[in-house]
Write a protein that binds this ligand. Structure first.
Ligand SMILES: Cc1cc2nc3c(=O)[nH]c(=O)nc-3n(C[C@H](O)[C@H](O)[C@H](O)COP(=O)(O)OP(=O)(O)OC[C@H]3O[C@@H](n4cnc5c(N)ncnc54)[C@H](O)[C@@H]3O)c2cc1C
Ligand code: FES
Ligand code: FES
Length: 490
């Protein structure tokens, strides 16, 4: 028997085995002091979508985790007086991609946000985590590099700005010092006439890039006034290739010159064979991708004039919720209080307890399923403060003071099913049913945001949820039916 006299569930989902002290500083200075105190044993955590996967694989075993999630001010995007932009390190991928200034002036960056593997990762993952994990395949880095981003850091010796190009050292390694927190990135203003794009070649939608490309081009009549090209997943870090840029800068654009730039790029990269692709294929992809992207962007530059800076409405800067939660020591437990399906719950959790485990094992809410444990299947999706998140990559302590909804909370207390549940039944949108709770939770978040989603909206929102049985058609039909839209014939 487990706690509370309930049978012990053998879910095999408690796979974050290493124990650690968990801190929740409420200022950057406190986080820096903790980094100094604990040195190499400490790791910062933001969304946790990268770090918790490494911890589950036992490739990282920190003794101290320092959460950045209670530090105010790191989650805002500010347009500065000189037209530059400061993006806080804890801004999540979704918020960044939807920001009006990013969409209009830095559209290549918005495209990179949209290319992420799943909606849940876009909601949970942050700019700081993407830049600081040092992955050559990190999607935000190529566009940030072409826009000339600087990384803003604060440590025991004060603040410094490092050009992103110098920040990237080698796979998994950046120039951040062990006492430093990344505050954000600064994007210089873009000149009028600038266009940009992001391209990513993947095996399946929810995967990291085999090769990626960020481009920024300034057109002056028939001439290329400026061009920046940055490549991901084809070298130890994301790289610019100035020789390829030089094939076009200051010259009239021709398809032949674009082909020459593409050839140079494919010769300068240093790709490897790995699980995602071969070096040979990556060279071919870089050549074709560069040529196509340059031709398309040149045409776009002829059509589009740079958009004026968008004025942000009051309150557009997001604020951090101010709940203070207890810190937990390794081997100890603390009581946290949170709302689950409208009911206040108090549970004792360890620092390494995952929300998934607490829901299933301590609250007996076994509707939330364990599939992959590493953010790749969506079976564990729940709503946290209304947003769809993976409970297998959420520390339970992060739910303190917040509102969680699981599939058990979808029906009304009198048993009336949610319209999505009704439509899943009427449209036969499940077979084995294992993916269904996660699908329903993701779709509930979708229809709350967008009450009349198109088929494209539905498929895009579901990109992080796998179904091995249905082929997705019946699921799409169910959402259309539940939202009162015409349902295509079977
Ligand atoms: C299923 C799945 C799909 C994914 N798909 C994509 C994808 O399509 N494209 C992509 O680019 N990535 C992808 N990722 C990787 C990851 O989700 C992103 O890189 C994300 O942006 C990481 O942000 P995070 O806040 O979750 O990082 P965390 O895991 O919290 O942190 C990552 C690293 O950065 C450090 N760090 C975080 N914030 C700071 C800071 N402010 N200062 C200093 N150090 C900091 C942490 O110490 C840690 O070492 C995917 C991951 C998973 C599990
Ligand atoms: S179990 Fe969480 S995404 Fe698969
Ligand atoms: S219904 Fe079986 S995995 Fe989706």
């Amino acid at each position: 028997m487990g706690e509370n006299g309930h049978p012990h569930f053998q879910t095999n989902s408690h796979i974050l085995v290493n124990e650690f002290d968990y801190y929740e500083p409420t200022s950057v200075d406190e986080a820096i002091a903790l980094l100094q105190q604990h040195g190499e044993h400490a790791q910062l955590i933001a969304g946790g979508t990268h770090l918790l996967v490494l911890m589950k694989m036992e490739r990282e075993l920190p003794k101290v985790l320092i959460s950045l999630n209670k530090i105010p001010g790191l989650d805002s995007i500010t347009v500065n007086a000189d037209g530059s932009l400061t993006i806080g390190s804890r801004v999540n991928i979704r918020t960044l991609g939807e920001h009006p200034v990013i969409r209009t002036r830095y559209s290549g960056l918005a495209q990179a946000c949209e290319s992420f593997g799943s909606m849940q990762i876009e909601i949970m993952g942050t700019v700081g985590g993407n830049v600081c994990n040092g992955s050559p395949a990190a999607d935000l880095v190529p566009p940030l590099l072409v826009f000339g981003a600087e990384v803003l850091l604060k440590g025991a010796f004060g603040e410094r700005k490092v050009p992103l190009e110098k920040f990237l050292v080698k796979p998994g390694v950046t120039a951040i010092r062990s006492d430093e927190v990344m505050l954000g990135v600064i994007l210089p203003p873009v000149p009028d006439g600038t266009v940009s794009a992001f391209h990513k070649m993947v095996r399946v939608v929810a995967d990291l890039a085999k090769a990626s490309l960020g481009l920024m081009l300034v057109r002056d009549g028939d001439r290329v006034a400026d061009l920046h090209l940055a490549y991901g997943a084809v070298a130890p870090t994301v790289i610019r290739i100035p020789e390829a840029e030089a094939a076009l800068i200051g010259k009239n654009f021709t398809p032949e010159r674009a082909a020459e730039a593409a050839k140079i790029a494919s010769e300068r990269i240093t790709p490897i064979d790995d699980v995602r692709s071969s070096a040979w294929y990556r060279r071919r992809v870089v050549s074709v991708m560069t040529q196509d992207a340059l031709n398309a962007l040149w045409e776009e530059a002829g059509r589009v004039h740079a958009q004026p800076l968008v004025t942000l409405p009051d309150g557009a800067k997001s604020a951090v919720a101010g709940t203070i939660v207890p810190q937990i020591k390794r081997g100890e437990q603390r009581e946290i209080e949170f709302t689950v399906n409208g009911v206040k719950q108090r549970v004792r959790v360890s620092a390494n307890d995952l929300l998934l485990n607490v829901l299933r094992e301590k609250l007996q809410l076994t509707g939330t399923k364990y599939g992959c444990g590493v953010g790749e299947c969506g079976a564990c999706t729940v709503q946290l403060d209304g947003k769809a998140v993976f409970s297998c990559l959420t520390l339970a302590v992060e739910a303190a003071g917040r509102d969680v909804v699981t599939v058990e909370g979808m029906a009304k207390p009198d048993g009336t099913l949610h319209p999505l549940q009704e439509a899943f039944i009427s449209q036969g949108a499940f077979q084995c049913g294992y993916c269904t709770p996660g699908m329903l939770m993701t779709l509930k978040a979708l229809v709350e945001e967008n009450p009349q989603p198109s088929e494209e909206d539905i498929r895009s929102y579901l990109k992080g949820n796998r179904c091995r049985c249905t082929g997705y058609y019946s699921i799409v039909r169910a959402v259309l039916a539940a939202t009162g839209q015409p349902v295509p014939e079977r």
